[in-house]
Design a protein. Sequence first.
Length: 161
Amino acid sequence: MLDTLLELLQGSALGEAVRNARFVYPLLEASHILGIALLVGPAFTFDLRLLGIGRRVVSVTTAARVLLPISHLGFAIAICTGIALLSAQATVVAETGAAPWKFGLLILACLNVLIFHCGIYRRVDDWADGAVTPLAARVGAGVSLTTWTGATFAGRLLAYS
């Protein structure tokens, strides 16, 4: 079933356009990198705040209010451009050794975000002003830092494996 979906994506009008239009692929690549920067930069900054860095400077809720919307925008850009890039040669990319790592880590990163926001962050008002963030928030931050870093590295390796 996955092979069929990849073939449909690759054979789509989007796949054709990305493969055949002269500047579309490099523009998508550049946009994808900018999306990743907008996603990972603020997410890492927020994760570091959850781990205690800058707790005297900015509250968790202020950091979330400022950083997470930027990260969400970056995620939307990275997903849209990533799908478009994948459409150019989906079956080839899927056969690389880095593909399971990239997509597996992306899934874990997204699950971590979902668990964080549906779990410990729902009670942020109870712990935001504490000296130390709860263990669940710190674990989530560590998972976030690890999975987004791994997905970024695996994404770069797609071109070389």
